[in-house]
Design a protein around this ligand. Structure first.
Ligand SMILES: Nc1ncnc2c1ncn2[C@@H]1O[C@H](COP(=O)(O)OP(=O)(O)OP(=O)(O)O)[C@@H](O)[C@H]1O
Length: 366
């Protein structure tokens, strides 16, 4: 079986439009999202993320709605495809596995629902992708939380979905378990190319997996755009967070074994990152937090900081009485710096200022 059958075309889109109200809450959204890759759905509690996923899946039927996923029309004014005919995989915060079935039985449940001619993922492929081979005969009660979620993801994949909806799939897990599962999700993304809508509050998950970001607020779309651009928008609450960070995509060009440093080239410059060896050409995602970036008008070659990048200021915004947020551009790549207002004034930081961004820490996300 060839997973390439799952690949949506180049012009693939997910289009959705909903308007509905619950007492005290109205959801009014219009979305036009890439039909490939991972779209992260961000937003405060009660902003409508789960309601939107349920509406997309057809689990809640709303009169005013439109859903079209990579050419398949699931809902408009006259048509409503019921949820079990939508080819959607849904993974919830708590995996709702059947307690009386072992892992293999749970996986077969999803798989058997799909007529053989419509199956596009082999049983063994899902087992291998999620590393489930040693667990097939275990009952859910004897699995860790992380293992249960891996089974839930594999079960969803075995329904050969056109769209995978993940509603905070890692939220109930501790840090270590989360870190264990993320590589599996990244592998699913790389191998199967099924579009995913991923609800998460965790910058680490979003930074690692997402290509596109939607920010919901009070039942409305506050922002929707490519991940790197959207994370660096000063008018959004994401950039104002204490842990605000940008994501930089690059490729490994070199490894210095003496100091265990990778050289990563991105559009606009290079960064040195402490990391294990990776073959040249490996694509890599880096995360740089706004508070780990300081600014200088001249290059401080006598500093202990390895990473100094020439940058141009695009925008400056006061965060509070003491701090300012600066959006910089390193070539075409956006970067954020959180500095004191006093420093911003002393350096004369304003749009167009050319300076050096000094980066204290870079995290490797993948
Ligand atoms: N079936 C329902 N009937 C009435 N109100 C509902 C229903 N489902 C959701 N709501 C309300 O709609 C609003 C949005 O809820 P929703 O669960 O979609 O938000 P969310 O962004 O997913 O929140 P969280 O991050 O806490 O999961 C809330 O005010 C919730 O109480």
């Amino acid at each position: 079986m060839d997973a390439a059958h799952l690949r949506p075309g180049a012009d693939a889109r997910i289009e959705a439009c909903f308007r509905f109200a619950y007492p005290g809450f109205t959801l009014e959204v219009e979305l036009d999202l890439p039909g490939r890759g991972v779209t992260a759905l961000f937003g405060p509690s009660g902003s409508g993320k789960t309601s939107l996923l349920r509406a997309l899946a057809g689990l809640d039927r709303h009169r005013e709605g439109y859903v079209r996923v990579n050419g398949a029309l699931w809902q408009d004014d006259v048509r409503f495809v019921p949820p079990h005919r939508r080819a959607i995989g849904y993974v919830f915060q708590e995996s709702n596995l059947f307690a009386h079935l072992d892992v293999a039985g749970n996986l077969r449940f999803g798989w058997r629902r799909i007529p053989p001619s419509e199956r596009r993922i082999a049983f063994e492929e899902a087992v291998e992708l999620l590393g489930l081979a040693p667990l097939l005969t275990r009952l859910p009660a004897r699995l860790s939380g992380g293992e249960r979620q891996r089974v839930a993801i594999a079960r969803a994949l075995l329904t050969s979905p056109r769209l995978l909806l993940l509603d905070e799939p890692l939220a109930s897990l501790d840090r270590e378990r989360k870190a264990e599962i993320l590589p599996y999700l990244a592998q699913v993304k790389r191998t199967l190319d099924i579009p995913m809508l991923y609800v998460s509050h965790a910058p680490e998950e979003v930074g690692r997996l997402a290509d596109h970001l939607v920010l919901l607020e009070g039942g409305r779309v506050r922002a929707s755009g490519p991940l790197q651009e959207t994370l660096a928008r000063l008018d959004l609450p994401l950039a104002c967070d204490e842990d605000a960070a940008v994501v930089i995509e690059g490729a490994v060009v070199d490894h210095d074994a003496t100091y265990a440093l990778l050289t990563v080239e991105f559009e606009g410059g290079t960064l040195l990152v402490p990391h294990r060896q990776e073959p040249p050409g490996t694509k890599i995602r880096l995360q740089v937090r706004a508070r780990d970036v300081s600014l200088a008008l001249t290059e401080h070659a006598d500093s202990s900081l390895l990473n100094r990048l020439p940058a141009v200021v695009q925008e400056v915004r006061a965060l509070d009485a003491a701090h300012a947020l600066v959006r910089l551009q390193v070539g075409p790549t956006p970067l954020l710096a959180r500095i004191t207002r006093r420093s911003a004034e002393a350096l004369g930081v304003r749009p167009g200022t050319r300076l050096w961004a000094q980066i204290k820490a870079v995290a490797v996300l993948s």
